[in-house]
Design a protein around this ligand. Structure first.
Ligand SMILES: Cc1ncc(COP(=O)(O)O)c(C=O)c1O
Length: 384
C-alpha cells in the first residue's frame, strides 16, 4: 500500500502535544499554554444560535455561507472602502479559510513566505499544499522589502502576514504593511493576512492591509484577508471565520476549493455570528480585559524575561535562556512540578533554530487571577 509522503511531511504541532499532556495531568492545571478566552461569547450570539435552531434554520446554506452574513461582514470590514459581499467566504473557523486559500493559490514547485516567528498551523498548511516554506526574519533591522527580496524567489506564490502576531504579539505598523503591500503588488505575489487578533491591538494603530488593495484595479489586487469569531467574540468552539478574496478570479478559485471541501458552514452557527455582530460592546470589553492582564503580566515579569513586548494579541513570549537551553523539557517539568501549562517555543520557529529552545509562550486571555497565579508560580520556580 502506498503511503502519502506529503501527509507524513506535515509536522505535528507541539501545541497539541502539550494540550494532551495537560489533559492527562492528575491535578488541576492553570492552562497558560492555549488561547482559550475567559470572557464568554456574547449573549446575543447564544440567543441567535438557539433561535436559529428553533426557527428551523438548520438546512445547508451555499458553500460561501449566508448572504445576510456576507452583507454584515462586508460592513464590518468597511474602512476606507467596502469589499463586495460576493467575495466574502464564511468558513468553519479561520483556520479552514487559510488552508482553503492556500489550496486555491497552490502551484507545483511554489513557495510561501512565512514570518520566522510563526503559528505552527501556518507551516502545516503550506506543507499540506505541497509548496515549500521560506521563513522571513521580519523585524531584524532591515526593511520589510529587503527581508522579502532576500528570501523570495521567482517561485514565490504568497506571503503570509499575521498582525497582531501569534506567538509574538507583534503589531505591524502602517508603514511596514505599506512596504509589504507595495512589494507584493510589484512582484505579483499574493498576501494572506491572518487577522485573527485584529480586535486586540493595545499599542499602535490597527491598519488593514486589504484597504491598500482597494486603491488598485481589481486585477492587480493581491490581498486575501482572513478573520475569525473565535477571538474577539470568544466563539472558539463554534468554529466560525471568514475571508475576503481580492478579486472575482481569486474568489472563483476559492469557491471551487470550498465546494469541494465543505458543502457549507454550520447554519445555526452563522446565525450566531450574525447576532454577535450586533454586540460590538463585547469587543471593547474583551480587549480591555486582555489588555489589563497583559499589563499585569508584563509588570510582574519585567524586562528580564520578555523576549518581545506584546503590542497586541493574546500571548507573550518569554526568553528563559538564563534558566534552560531546552524549553520543551522545561514546559513538561513545569507542568509536573507546579501544575502550570506553558507552550514551548519549539514549533513557533523553523526546525533547528536554536532560539526556539530558549522561548516559551504564555496566554493572556485566560481568567486574570489564575493567570497571575500561574505567573507567580512560574517566577517562584525560576527563583525570581
Ligand atoms: C494566528 C491564528 N490564526 C488563526 C487561528 C485560528 O482560529 P479559528 O478558531 O478561527 O480557526 C488561530 C487560533 O489560535 C491563530 O492563533
Amino acid at each position: 500500500m502506498l503511503i502519502s509522503e506529503r501527509s507524513r511531511s506535515i509536522p505535528l504541532s507541539c501545541l497539541h502535544e502539550i494540550h494532551r499532556l495537560v489533559g492527562a495531568h492528575p491535578r488541576p492545571v492553570i492552562a497558560l499554554h492555549v488561547g482559550e478566552p475567559y470572557i464568554r461569547m456574547p449573549q446575543e450570539a447564544v440567543e441567535g444560535y438557539c433561535r436559529a435552531i428553533r426557527d428551523g434554520h438548520t438546512a445547508y446554506t451555499g458553500a460561501r455561507g449566508l448572504e445576510a452574513l456576507h452583507e454584515a461582514l462586508a460592513d464590518r470590514l468597511a474602512d476606507n472602502g467596502r469589499p463586495p459581499a460576493d467575495r466574502i467566504f464564511v468558513t468553519p473557523g479561520s483556520c479552514q479559510a487559510i488552508s482553503a486559500i492556500m489550496q486555491s493559490i497552490a502551484v507545483d514547485g511554489g513557495q510561501v513566505v512565512l514570518p520566522e516567528l510563526h503559528w505552527p498551523m501556518h507551516y502545516q498548511q503550506v506543507t499540506m499544499t505541497g509548496m515549500a516554506t521560506r521563513f522571513a526574519p521580519f523585524g531584524d533591522g532591515r526593511s520589510v522589502a529587503d527581508v522579502l527580496e532576500a528570501c523570495a524567489s521567482e517561485r514565490t506564490v504568497a506571503v503570509l502576514v499575521n498582525s497582531p502576531g501569534n506567538p509574538s504579539g507583534r503589531v505591524w505598523s502602517a508603514q511596514e504593511l505599506h512596504e509589504l503591500h507595495d512589494w507584493a503588488v510589484r512582484r505579483r505575489v499574493m498576501v494572506i493576512s491572518d487577522e485573527a487578533y485584529e480586535d486586540f491591538v493595545y499599542d499602535g494603530e490597527p491598519c488593514r492591509i486589504a484597504d491598500l488593495d482597494l486603491e488598485l484595479p481589481p486585477e492587480d489586487r493581491v490581498v486575501f484577508s482572513v478573520h475569525t469569531f473565535s477571538k474577539g467574540y470568544s466563539m472558539t468552539g463554534c468554529r466560525l471565520g471568514y475571508a475576503s478574496a481580492p478579486n472575482d478570479d481569486r474568489a472563483a478559485l476559492l469557491t471551487r476549493v470550498q465546494e469541494a471541501t465543505l458543502v457549507a458552514p454550520s447554519t445555526p452557527v452563522q446565525y450566531a455570528g450574525l447576532a454577535a455582530l450586533g454586540a460590538p460592546a463585547h469587543l471593547a470589553a474583551h480587549r480591555e480585559y486582555v489588555r489589563q492582564t497583559r499589563d499585569s503580566v508584563v509588570n510582574r515579569l519585567g524586562d528580564k524575561l520578555l523576549y518581545m513586548a506584546p503590542a497586541g494579541g493574546w500571548y507573550v513570549l518569554l526568553d528563559l535562556s538564563a534558566y534552560t537551553d531546552d524549553t520543551y523539557q522545561f514546559c513538561k517539568q513545569a507542568l509536573s512540578d507546579i501544575d502550570v501549562g506553558i507552550a514551548p517555543g519549539r514549533g513557533f520557529l523553523p526546525a533547528g533554530n536554536p532560539v526556539a529552545d530558549r522561548l516559551v509562550r504564555i496566554t493572556l486571555c485566560a481568567e486574570r487571577e489564575s493567570t497571575l497565579e500561574g505567573v507567580r508560580r512560574l517566577a517562584a520556580y525560576l527563583g525570581m
